[in-house]
Every structure is written in C-alpha cells, then in structure tokens.
Design a binder for this molecule. Structure first.
Ligand code: Z5A
Ligand code: MG
Length: 215
C-alpha cells in the first residue's frame, strides 16, 4: 500500500515562532525533494476568514461563541484540501490548528468541552509540535501587537489550556497523533533542528489511514 503524506501541526504561544518554524520546515521538505504544502489558520483569504480577520483587528464585534464557530468552520472548509493533498503523498504543515481554537475560546471562560465539540472529527495531525515560551521571553520579541488577544494575562490562560490539551493527547492513544513540547526560547536554528529531528522520520510518508480528532 502506498504511503500518504504526513500531517504536521505547529502550535504555540504568541511570538513563539510558529510562522518562522513552519516556513523553515517547508524549506526543509523542499530541499529534501518531498512535496509539501503550508497552510495557516485562520486562513484569512476565504469569506469566513475575512470575517475572522475583521474580528481580530477589532473592526467588527461578534459573540464569543459565534467567532469560535467561525474559526472552526474555517478549518472545516479546508478539510477536503488537506485530505486530497495527503492522499497524493504531499506533506501538510499547519501554522496553528484546532488546538488554538480551544485554547483561545476556553480562555475567555467558555467550557472546554463546548469549545472542543465543533472540531471533533477533523483530520488528526500525525504530529503536533507545541512551541513553548514564557510570556516574558515572548515580549522581548517585539512585544504584543495590536490584535485582540495579544495581552499578557490572556496569553497565560491560553498557555494553561494548551498544556491541558497536550496532556490529553499524550494520554489519549494513537487517534490524536503525538504531541511534543519544544522549548521555543532557544535560537531559531536550534529550534529548527529539534523540529526537523521529530518530523524527519515521518517526512517520506505515513502508513495507515488519516485519523480523526477526538473520535
Ligand atoms: N485564533 C483563535 O482564537 N482561534 C483559532 O481557532 C485560531 C486562532 C486558529 C491570529 O493568529 C489569532 O487567532 C491568534 C490566535 C487566534 N491570536 N492571538 N494572539 P495568527 O497565527 O495569525 O497570529 P500571528 O500573529 O501570525 O502569530 P504569532 O503567534 O503572533 O507569532 P508566531 O507565528 O508564533 O511567531 P513568528 O512570527 O514566527 O515570530 C515572531 C517574532 O519573533 C519575529 O520577529 C521572529 O523573527 C522572531 N523569532 C522567531 N523565532 C525566534 C527565536 N527562536 N529567537 C528569537 N526570535 C525569534
Ligand atoms: Mg504567526
């Protein structure tokens, strides 16, 4: 049976280097001659993504649950793209995914279970890498920006929810793939090396069907 492409997610706190590391990872795949595609959530290019963009920039207001469902819908609208890429052997790298959705909305006080429900059944990553950084260290990387959630107290709560998600995935068997914490306070090149060491064993393909999150 031919292998499918690996599904790799990079999650992390603000300024932890997700966009930097997903771009470096894509370059590694390309340099190795392995087809790969980088996706980013939220995908602000779709109609739903544009609603999310104006919410994040605070040019529109939305109920907390409504925006949560839009973030989830923004992932569901990309599911067939993800499945098709993986099926033809292309690696899919995601800059944020469902775990960000739960972490940010649960940090506003919505229950964890409610936040998780709309993402149940999404394609499960084979590997989720969590870039961990203290809010103090993150601040030295240019400080928090202008968008809605870029406040220190919010980031601390978000970190706690991410850690809960990681523990559940680690203890939850193979369905939800593997979750690995990475110290993102190190230099870019060091983090990149650690990321590649974890991804490389999967890079040339994965046996077995794509799993579904939390099923
Ligand atoms: N959100 C949500 O609520 N629900 C959802 O379902 C989803 C998301 C998917 C927008 O996300 C917001 O949406 C986000 C979560 C929420 N809200 N917040 N906060 P976004 O992904 O568009 O946000 P972003 O601004 O692109 O990402 P980021 O977290 O702020 O940054 P990053 O991608 O992790 O870091 P970076 O851009 O790669 O690096 C930041 C800077 O640090 C940059 O100057 C780098 O050159 C530098 N850097 C990177 N790595 C290093 C190292 N190792 N050392 C030193 N300096 C470094
Ligand atoms: Mg980013």
């Amino acid at each position: 049976m031919s292998k499918r492409g690996p599904f790799i997610v990079i999650e992390g706190l603000d300024r932890s280097g997700k966009s930097t590391q997903t771009a470096l990872l894509l370059a590694r795949f390309e340099a190795s001659g392995i087809p790969a595609k980088l996706l980013k959530f939220p995908d602000r290019t779709t109609a739903i993504g544009q609603m999310i963009d104006s919410y994040l920039k605070s040019t529109s207001e939305l109920d907390d649950r409504a925006i949560h469902l839009l973030f989830s819908a923004n992932r569901w609208e990309l599911v067939s793209t993800i499945e098709q890429l993986l099926a033809v052997g292309t690696a899919v790298i995601c800059d944020r995914y469902a775990f960000s959705g739960i972490a940010f909305s649960a940090s506003k006080g919505i229950s964890y279970e409610w936040c998780r429900a709309p993402d149940v059944g999404l394609p499960a990553p084979d590997l989720s890498l969590f870039l961990d950084i203290s809010p103090e260290a993150a601040k030295t990387r240019g400080g928090y920006g202008e968008e809605r959630y870029e406040k220190e107290e919010m980031q601390r709560r978000v970190g706690e929810v991410f850690r809960r998600i990681g523990k559940e995935i680690d203890g939850g068997g193979r369905e939800d793939g593997r979750w690995v914490n990475i110290d993102a306070g190190k230099e870019k090149e060091v983090v990149e090396g650690e990321v590649w060491a974890l991804v490389e064993p999967l890079a040339r393909g994965v046996e077995g069907p794509l799993r579904r999150l939390w099923t």
